[in-house]
Design a protein around this ligand. Structure first.
Ligand code: KG4
Ligand code: ZN
Length: 345
């Protein structure tokens, strides 16, 4: 069966076609119209501009996804769309488009939680699927969560951020360091250059909540600590790569420490990494090293880079497993949903 995925929660209008049979899924197309260049000049996403761009891009993106998958809408089994969380004006473009297409094409509509979408990026194109129970570390611009999954579509949040998400902390630190938006990949690049030169950083930054008894994160104090150090250092611009590596290591070591602690308590069979920050090579490598050292029986799954930052393939993947789990009964074409409520067209 074919599932169309649609994602528009922030500054990417995205559409994807997934082909599935049983537990095996293949992505046939993954189209993303990114607005990053437009928002970069403002140092962050401007919701009004994002909404207008989505309105322009969403239908051509869906058309391209169907065309590249070499199917027509008649071949689709269902439409999966990000229902939230995200910027409401951005979400509306995707959700209203999906509702309209569900109505005119008479296809079931599957609402997908954005964070669940990130988790299901780990079920795309894997030669072997993650085995349950699963511990997921979700790190994006809006979320930092440790999620326990006993089976498909059963989620228990066991840790969350008390303030900034990991990606948000990267982006804010990048601003302090005079770097562009989004800051995560740029900090990562400077940090990697510093590591490649085999130099040791003399900058000490805190590892927040490392010894707290829970599995929560907090990154706003780390950001403030960075700010104070920059204010005291007249030469900080010359030491930018060193600040980047110090900041990145503080985030990575905190994320890994809490993940290992949670895995020790919950004994999952697999650990999966998800969200935009999962694109970070140092995090991927150091998490693998720590798991091999401390919990060698647990297998780590890493999503392909194309499915780490926002995309619609992960929404199609989550939509498919939700549809599969509920044995199709829960999802109806929008026309039948309308008939169930008082809304008259
Ligand atoms: O998942 P995502 O695309 O959007 C949200 O759902 O928020 O994540 C975007 C976040 C941004 O904060 C961005 O700076 C961060 O992911 N990011 C990275 C890297 N690539 C993207 N952070 C660290 N290292 C990277 N390579
Ligand atoms: Zn995201």
């Amino acid at each position: 069966m074919y599932i169309l995925g649609i994602e528009s929660s922030c500054d990417e209008s995205a559409a994807s076609v997934l082909q599935a049979s049983g537990r095996k899924t293949v992505i046939l197309s993954n189209i993303i119209a990114s607005q990053i260049d437009i928002h970069a000049q403002y140092g962050g996403v401007i919701p009004e501009i994002a909404a207008r761009e989505h309105v322009l891009n969403i239908l051509p993106t869906i058309e391209s996804a169907l065309k590249q998958a070499k199917i027509t809408h008649r071949d689709l089994k269902a439409i999966a769309v990000t229902q939230g969380p995200g910027l409401i004006t951005s979400l509306l473009a995707g959700v209203e488009t999906a509702k309209a297409l569900s109505l005119v094409w008479n296809k079931p509509l599957i609402p997908v939680h954005h964070v669940i979408g990130h988790i299901y990026a780990n079920f795309i194109n894997q030669s072997t699927s993650p085995r349950f129970p699963i511990l997921a570390l979700v790190v994006s611009g809006g979320h930092s969560n440790l999620v326990y999954m006993s089976e498909h579509y059963h989620f228990k949040i066991i840790g969350t951020t008390r303030d900034d998400a990991a990606g948000e902390a990267y982006d804010k630190a990048a601003k302090m360091l005079g770097l562009d938006y989004p800051g995560g990949p740029i900090i990562a690049q400077y940090a990697q250059e510093f590591r490649n030169n085999r130099m040791a950083s003399n900058i000490l930054l805190p590892r927040p909540m490392l010894n707290s008894p829970d599995f929560d994160f907090s990154f706003s104090g780390l950001k403030t600590a960075l700010l104070y150090q920059l204010q005291k250092d007249k030469d900080w611009k010359k030491r930018r790569p060193e600040y980047c590596v110090a900041f990145e290591q503080a985030i990575i070591e905190t994320l890994i420490h809490k993940t290992i602690k949670a895995a020790t308590k919950y004994s999952p069979k697999s650990i999966i990494l998800a969200g935009g920050v999962a694109a970070n090579q140092a995090l991927r490598q150091q998490l693998q090293e720590k798991i091999t050292e401390k919990l060698p029986k647990i297998k780590l799954f890493l999503p392909e880079l194309a499915y780490t930052t926002d995309n619609a393939a992960m929404i199609a993947s989550a939509g498919y497993f939700s549809y599969y789990q509920k044995k199709n009964k829960a999802y109806l074409p929008y026309s039948r949903l309308l008939a169930r409520c008082d809304l008259k067209m």
